[in-house]
Ligand binder design. Structure first.
Ligand code: NDP
Length: 448
């Protein structure tokens, strides 16, 4: 990461001063500003109109109390968030995260990234994000339901098909979306399918939405490798995480001929040299909601490592799909030493700035999350299209659209990087392309 352009530094200084203690948000803003120096010279009108300052300030931030009762009758109080960041391209769109680490700085980093990611898809969606510091781990279905109902009892008044359309993220999957949709329907007395995405297939959900983020990350990786005349066939792949994004990244990587040798969760990682047994992984994580130690207990030849870094596992391709800042400079150096050729971010901001620097200096293909994991939100936008049309597409048709969208993002990143003087730099390509796509409508709509 370089020093910022003199016209961009004061903007960043103001962001730091106005948003104290929000380290992840600062990091996300800095990464975008680092890429925008060539825009200052080529498109000065966008800078003069204070587009960046406006992008850094959410249009609206909602923080609310979420009281709920556990199975023992004890009352708990959590905090709920929805940050409606930018609606220049369409209704706010972005997931809800339920994790104890959630605070305003995390939601703002995710919401800020979402603006550019959504713009990159080329679909009419603005950027937003939300969630709660609620910890779903170890909670019964009934507790999850009561929490989701309480969360929606406040959130419902802020969202809508044409206003703000939340989806899932860490800790929020089909079960939670179901409980929230049910409560929204009950309060509003409307069957408004387009208010949430990630719904079940029988009640307005899109086929391939569950798979979309992981599949899309692998499609993007495939396209990066193709740009160097390589493919995923026969490659050793390491995927961090064992949640929604990770599981379907494993599935598609293996479909395309790679062997995924390791996955992780917050309790450690598992190495399976014969290739991850996907059905077993799905059963443990999606059905039993268990731990990776259960995987190693069944697959006797697999090893579970409690303490240590998954990035020490020798691989050709690494897909960080768990959480922010999970891959640091040391992790990146270990991967490079072992000969990694491509890294794509399935998670949001999983690589620290130091890690990205290591990859870029080593000439490793590096796909930033804004581009590489945009398949999830893109398919959410396809779900919105199907809801608006009262239609349901086949899995194959939806996956084909996803594949086309990912290839389009890949091409756009490369072309923009080339045009702005950094050929092959997907970070610059994604940031500048996303920025321009949202800045132009902002210019057209005046100072709002
Ligand atoms: P899930 O909750 O389904 O899975 C998250 C996985 O990451 C779990 O294996 C979890 O382990 C692990 N994890 C989460 N937090 C931590 C942590 N602090 N330390 C170590 N491991 C952790 O979430 P998703 O798969 O949906 O999301 C993963 C990432 O992908 C996030 O960054 C999310 O923002 C991003 N993303 C998700 C999209 C989607 O469509 N779902 C779309 C685009 C991006 P454990 O269960 O042990 O906590």
């Amino acid at each position: 990461m370089s020093d910022l352009h003199p016209k961009l530094q004061p903007i960043f200084t103001t962001v730091l001063a106005r948003n104290p203690g929000e380290a992840e948000f600062h990091q996300a803003v800095k990464e975008v500003l680092d890429s925008l120096a060539p825009v200052v010279d080529k498109r000065p009108e966008l800078i003069d109109a204070a587009i960046i300052e406006r992008l850094c300030e959410p249009e609206r931030q909602i923080i609310f109390r979420v009281p709920w009762t556990d199975d023992q009758g004890q009352v708990h109080v959590n905090r709920g968030f929805r940050v409606e960041f930018n609606s220049a391209l369409g209704p706010y769109k972005g997931g809800l995260r339920f994790h104890p680490s959630v605070y305003l700085g995390i939601i703002k980093f995710l919401g800020f990234e979402q603006i550019f990611k959504n713009a990159l898809t080329g679909l009419p969606i603005g950027g937003g994000k939300g969630g709660s510091d609620f910890d779903p781990k170890g909670r019964s279905d009934a507790e999850i339901m009561r929490f989701c109902q309480s969360f929606m009892t406040e959130l419902y008044r802020h969202i809508g098909e044409y206003r703000d359309v939340p989806a899932g993220d860490i800790g929020v999957g089909g079960r939670e979306i179901g409980y929230m949709f049910g409560q929204y329907k009950r309060i509003t007395n409307q069957y408004e399918s387009g208010v949430l995405t990630g719904k079940g297939i029988g009640w307005g959900g899109s086929r391939a939405r569950t798979e979309a983020t992981g599949y899309g990350t692998v499609f993007f990786t495939r396209d990066m490798l193709t740009s160097r005349g390589e493919s995923l066939e026969g490659k050793r792949v390491v995927v961090s995480g064992a949640g929604n994004v990770a599981i379907y990244a494993v599935e598609k990587a293996q479909d395309l001929g790679a062997t995924v040798v390791a996955v992780s969760d917050s309790g450690g990682y598992v190495v399976d040299e014969k290739g991850i047994d996907l059905e077993l992984l799905k059963d443990i994580k999606e059905v039993q909601r268990g731990r990776l130690t259960d995987y190693a207990a069944v697959r006797k030849h697999a090893t579970h490592v409690d303490n240590g870094s998954i990035w020490d596992v020798d691989c050709d391709v690494a897909l960080p799909c768990a959480t922010q800042n999970e891959l640091d400079g040391d992790g990146a150096a270990a991967l490079v030493k072992n000969g990694v050729t491509a890294v794509a971010e399935g998670a949001n901001m999983p690589c620290t700035p130091e890690a990205i620097k290591v990859f870029q200096e080593a000439g490793t293909l590096f796909g930033p999350g804004k581009a590489a994991n945009a398949g999830g939100v893109a398919t959410s936008a396809l779900e919105m299209q199907q809801n608006a049309m009262r239609d349901a597409w086949t899995f194959e048709a939806t996956e084909e659209r996803l594949d086309q969208i990912m290839s389009g993002i890949h091409t756009r990143c490369l072309e923009t990087a080339e045009e702005f003087g950094s050929p092959g730099d997907y970070v610059v390509g994604a940031n500048i392309s996303g920025f321009i796509q949202v800045a132009e409508p902002m210019m057209a709509m005046g100072v709002i």
